[in-house]
Design a protein around this ligand. Sequence first.
Ligand code: NAD
Ligand code: WQD
Length: 346
Amino acid sequence: MEKQILVTGGVGYIGSHTVVELLESGFEVIIVDNLSNSNMNALDGIEEITGKRPLFEKLDVCNKSQLSSFFEKYSGIEAIIHFAAFKSVSESVANPLKYYHNNLTSTINLLYFMKKKDIPYMVFSSSCTVYGQPDELPVSEKAPVKKATSPYGNTKQVMEEIISDTLLSTPSLKAISLRYFNPIGAHPSALIGELPTGVPDNLIPFITQTAIGIHDELKVFGDDYNTPDGSAIRDYLHVVDLAKAHVVALQRLLKKQNKANYEIFNLGIGKGVSVLEAIESFERATGEKLNYKIVDRRAGDVEKVWGDTSYANKELGWKAEISLDDAMLSAWNWEKYLKKRKNINT
Ligand code: NAD
Ligand code: WQD
């Protein structure tokens, strides 16, 4: 039987882009997702882009009996790419138990079945949030993990520890944690992209929603940071570049090229971009004028963070290639596609 790759949360933003790259690299993919933050349009988009419809099972990864039936049905799974999680920093502050329950239980359940069913490999979605405000920039994987500033951030730290401890006790299991910086943009086809629910917390969806008229203006949170233009700095990487890194990480495990049972890689462009530079890039790439105003800093924001990605560049042979302007243009094309789809459906 053909070996299969299980992608949890594969209908979501980063998962759907990764499924496209997996299918285009010849992998057989099974997605599980409970659609708590996504919808089936993404599966149609994946099929339209690749000409293949991945297997899909709607289930909650926190539900052990659903997972048990799933692993009885699919016995050829060789590796798991684990995206399924809740990801809103602000919601996690308001409802920490929801975050601890979903993010931790899902990961513990998967590790349990990896042991039980001899599924040796996992690629895990971690985050630059584990670094907080780093002492040195760019921040490398060797930098200390700082006390988390939100329950969401804490779930990523604890999940990394749970994975690491489990691998120590069960050396037949191997995992790679990928610490993403700020994923942005959409597939160049504009058939899949990010689907923020409610008012987006994140900068790029707020920019595109403002430009299309959903919001009157973008609020730039702070221009008094210790940065060249006073606005906060991040490392924005295109979601397709990020998706490709998952395929490379998976192949590293499958080909047994990993140098330790548990490895961690930063994934970013390795360069800092300020909020004001991001706005300039959006305007340059799309020809749209963005209405924005400077307001106070947002509570809990770090001032500046960008990644040292040299370890991923060297060890994975992976490098982010898509420019910020192209990422902005792809986010804009996706926003316009969403508007068109909404108009057709109303
Ligand atoms: P997303 O919300 O678009 O995708 C997550 C998917 O998981 C959704 O389709 C959701 O329905 C599903 N899901 C959630 N809980 C589930 C459960 N218990 N059972 C089954 N399905 C479940 O988010 P995303 O942006 O694609 O993020 C994917 C992963 O990457 C997450 O682990 C997130 O924490 C991590 N991450 C995201 C970012 C970012 O800025 N987007 C940055 C760093 C890390
Ligand atoms: C980027 C910059 C804002 C919105 C979050 C999570 C982190 C990770 C990535 C998952 C900041 C500024 C934003 C707006 C603004 N996710 N901004 N006006 O804060 O780097 O990180 O997403 O792991 O855990 O915390 O991303 O997109 O929210 O903000 O000025 O309306 O844009 O202040 O400087 P952030 P973001």
